[in-house]
Write a protein that binds this ligand. Structure first.
Ligand SMILES: CC(=O)SCCNC(=O)CCNC(=O)[C@H](O)C(C)(C)COP(=O)(O)OP(=O)(O)OC[C@H]1O[C@@H](n2cnc3c(N)ncnc32)[C@H](O)[C@@H]1OP(=O)(O)O
Length: 453
């Protein structure tokens, strides 16, 4: 669809104040276009609105064009909310949306190498002078209903604030943490990873990064496939602030014993004026434990460097266990990273493989009504059959909100923790049901998502 085409649905006006959303705003959906397209102006204005919504410096035209080109590769659907009446002098142009919302489709690893389609939500902004009028609620409600109608089992996002998305049924499924790793002579691994590390030309990452990521994506539960910007960043072609070249980027590639690349690290030096001497890890993707530890062994032994910092380290990090001195890793408290929102309980649960057989009746509440109900989850030989039992009243062994079912879905959050937090309730006849669910949902390695979107 293009801007201004048949998708110009007025936002429905039920439940809004008199003279509210329907009169004041118009909603348009369109596919991102590159600068070569005659529809580019709508995409460019939309990108500028996102930039404004996140309080960033206004973008140069070249940055807008590059962002649009990357969005085009991702095939993003952009939704904009526009004022229906022209503003007074000094207002932004009528073509600049007051609210933005983008989606694209990728896959999510739900454990044991299984990939399911996921509806990714991103770039959600409402302009400062249009906030708290219900625009996000309207955009999210419509979007989730459309994704469900399309048959996508799960939606996902990464959040700017942890207080916004639970009300829409999203739950935290993976965590990450910022680590500072002291390097130099004290940095010694207790194990010897197989394979070797090669310093590589950053430009090679345009091809290598997606290939290596595809392998890692299949290996790690909770992983979400990546958007175009990642390979450009690893190749030094997308500096975060400017969107331009990043001449500071360096790259190391891990080669397995057979010579196949199975991991990479992209990093940059903070400069000699910065003490202690710091290497900033931009990205570390590893398809195997040997690649992960091999790359850390390389980073930990860089001469003249005192420490490596990484914002996106796994919450359960093998490096800590592999070091002779685990205190070399100083970590901040884990932050929420991937948020999931199951849209279709049966499709989502049947897509998974299970670590233990068993049978449970689940009662799922859902304020948006998309996935509410009672369900029988029966697992035989690791394969689930899910039967919908109707409305969410009546007996259940586990009762939980759709946000909590989404949290435990890829095995990165334990139902036992949510039971202790009072989020999950178990039936009187089955007090151990949260533990049974935890055993069923266990995955082959700690869940982690390395893709911010
Ligand atoms: C996936 C992503 O892109 S994450 C990025 C989110 N965007 C940002 O952080 C940019 C800055 N913030 C904004 O642009 C806006 O404030 C938004 C998008 C967060 C909210 O948009 P609004 O149109 O103001 O939200 P809306 O009025 O529809 O509120 C919906 C509900 O969320 C609540 N809410 C909205 N913003 C927040 C917040 N920052 N913290 C907690 N609750 C919030 C509202 O109180 C309301 O609650 P209720 O309906 O349950 O009573």
């Amino acid at each position: 669809m293009t801007a201004g085409a048949a998708s110009e649905d007025a936002v429905p006006g039920d439940g809004v104040p008199a003279g509210g959303l329907a009169d004041r705003y118009e909603l348009r959906r369109f596919r991102a276009s590159g600068s070569e397209s005659q529809d580019f102006a709508a995409t460019a204005e939309w990108i500028r609105a996102v930039n404004y919504g996140f309080y960033e410096k206004a973008l140069a035209d070249s940055h807008v064009a590059k962002t649009a080109a990357a969005y085009r590769v991702d095939d993003r659907e952009l939704t904009g909310v526009y004022e229906t009446r022209p503003g007074p002098p000094g207002a932004f142009p009528a073509g600049r949306p007051v609210a933005t919302f983008a989606t694209f489709r990728k896959t999510l690893n739900v454990g044991y190498g299984r990939l399911v389609p996921a509806h990714l939500v991103t770039a959600v902004t409402v302009r400062t002078d249009h906030r708290r009028r219900g625009l996000l609620r309207r955009l999210m409600g419509e979007d989730l209903a459309r994704a469900k109608a399309d048959g996508v089992p799960v939606a996902a996002l990464t959040a700017s604030e942890a207080s916004i998305y639970r009300r829409f049924g999203y739950g935290v499924a993976t965590h990450e943490r910022r680590v500072t790793v002291s390097t130099g002579p004290r940095f010694r691994l207790a194990v010897r990873p197989r394979g070797r590390v090669m310093a590589a030309e950053p430009g090679a990452m345009l091809e290598l990064a997606p290939t290596i990521f595809a392998r890692a994506h299949r290996a790690v539960p909770g992983s979400v496939d990546r958007q175009e910007q990642y390979r450009l960043r690893a190749a030094g072609q997308w500096e975060r602030g400017s969107g331009g070249e990043d001449a500071a980027v360096r790259v190391a590639v891990h080669l397995a014993e057979d010579g196949a690349p199975d991991g990479y690290a992209a990093y940059r030096f903070r400069g000699w004026s910065h003490e202690p001497a710091t290497m900033e890890l931009l990205d570390l993707v590893a398809a195997t434990p040997d690649a992960y530890l091999g790359l850390w062994g390389y980073l930990g032994s860089l001469d003249l460097i005192d420490r490596v910092v990484w914002d996106e380290a796994p919450a359960d990090d093998p490096l800590v266990w592999a070091l002779e001195d685990s205190r070399l890793v100083r970590a901040e408290t884990a932050r929420d990273m991937l948020w999931l929102r199951i849209l279709d309980v049966r499709a989502a649960l049947e897509a998974r493989r299970y670590a233990h057989d068993g049978e449970l009746i689940l009662r799922v509440d859902d304020a948006l009504g998309l996935a509410a109900g009672r369900y029988r989850l029966a697992v035989v030989d690791g394969t689930a059959t899910v039967e919908a039992l109707g409305a969410p009243d009546g007996e259940a062994q586990v009762s939980l909100d759709i946000a909590d079912l989404s949290s435990v879905y890829v095995g990165g959050v334990s139902p036992v923790s949510l039971l202790q937090a009072g989020r999950i309730r178990t039936g009187e006849s089955a007090p151990e049901a949260a533990l049974v669910l935890a055993q069923m949902l266990a995955v082959e390695r700690p869940a982690h998502c390395l893709t911010h979107f």
